[in-house]
Design a protein around this ligand. Sequence first.
Ligand SMILES: Nc1ncnc2c1ncn2[C@@H]1O[C@H](COP(=O)(O)OP(=O)(O)O)[C@@H](O)[C@H]1O
Ligand SMILES: O=C(CO)[C@@H](O)[C@H](O)COP(=O)(O)O
Length: 495
Amino acid sequence: MAYLLGIDLGTSSVKALIIDTDGKFISMGQEDYNFIIPQLGYAEIDPRLWWDATVKAIQDALASGKVDAGEVKGIGFSGHMHGLVPVDRNQEVVRNSIIHLDQRCGKQVEQLKEKIGLEKFSQITCNAPAAGFLFPSLLWVKENEPENYAKIDKVMLPKDYIRMRLTGKIATEASDAAGTVAFHTPERRWAWELIDAMGVDRSLFPECHEACDIAGELTKEAAEATGLAAGTPIIYGGSDTTVQSVGNGLIRPGYVISNIGTASQVICCVNHPVYDRKLRTNTFCYPREDLWIVFGASLNGGIAQKWLRDNIFHTGNYRALDEMAETIPAGSEGLLFLPYLCGERLPCLDPQARGMYLGLTVKHTQAHLIRAVMEGMVFALRDGLEIFKELGISADKIIASGGGTKSPLLLQIQADIYGKDIYTTQSKDQASFGAALCAGVGVGLFKSLEEACDNLITLSPVVTHPNPDNVKVYNEMYPLYAELYSRNKELFHRL
Ligand SMILES: Nc1ncnc2c1ncn2[C@@H]1O[C@H](COP(=O)(O)OP(=O)(O)O)[C@@H](O)[C@H]1O
Ligand SMILES: O=C(CO)[C@@H](O)[C@H](O)COP(=O)(O)O
């Protein structure tokens, strides 16, 4: 038998998925970890925790699938984006990774805008600089931790660290490199003009490749740690937003993925690097040289539900929260929730944005608080769909993805707030599945990503249809939701 291993390094957990070459699920290992919040607005994690969790997840996948390591023909990756992983000359981490949820580098974002000019910056990167992205985070380290900055030999993205531990080699690839905003997105190369202008040494940036290229082979040391076979081919892999889209079959323009993970996004792919001139969405590279991804990224997807579960209700169980929310009608009887608990990127790029409930009355119960949070998470994504309309990007078909697909209620809320049928794919975990497909293309088991997607990805026969009454309620509420941020921005900034 021939198998493929896809590793998805998420913000909160790592998944190692084994499939066969027909795309059939064989087994999956999953391990959780927690990033730390050393102070308000910071979000960090020691990358060695990712490695330990990845090793365990791979071991579990091999054991539960009873897979002979020699039959794993290729390994691919998907990884949460934007985070800074700095290593020294011995490939040891210099400091904790500053991850995408971190909002500390507002000052460095302003410096980028002042020194380069926002228009020039966005023409090169197709994006606005934002807190939590590698380049401004690196500028923060340069300014605030000169002793750490001096030790940095190379910087990389989170999943590149795992690949480095497996191959012994440091490199990155275009889909994640574009998310650093030190990258020329249309030309798919490091933006030396920006790097030089900010006084950063070019040597810190590793070689950059394409997602399905071969990166190297599994080392003997990594084989001993994981139980995989030394010499197994390893491909570069890509950013989670793009690879998860591949795992949903997104390989040509025309449809949209609605992904709810810890963060959440609405995503489409395009043939040219088009970008929103108002810089509310992101345009990065896709794991195929002639495609780009456009997406609206909310920092506040499932993390809002996790906050409610862990900090407010102290229940370990999303299902229990769903059961309560299901008892409440659409619209939560006039209660609205703005989910900007981590600051926000879509549509406002504001690290000081905050969450809020609007409309509380004595009638509202715990169940209303839960349902309003779920609705707020999806209203945040509708903001992205409205921008797609302005850009002339069609959303003929919407495919839901990520951990949010485990909740039938969240699927129904998406159908009702978007007013569209919601499809899902049959693959168990789309990001790690996409990573395995990229590996299959890299090692030559599939001719192309199109062939892999067209042959191996099937939509689930269960489609969630919008309920017309709920659509009406949400269409009336959305304009109120859309004003919540702008009307409260000044207060958020004074808090
Ligand atoms: N029954 C469920 N089990 C797990 N996650 C769920 C469930 N229902 C909804 N979710 C949502 O999925 C999110 C986790 O999604 P996932 O894609 O696994 O995250 P990540 O890849 O960011 O680690 C949770 O924060 C939650 O909002
Ligand atoms: O920030 C972005 C995209 O810009 C996300 O792609 C993160 O990479 C989210 O990862 P998960 O929350 O799904 O782990």
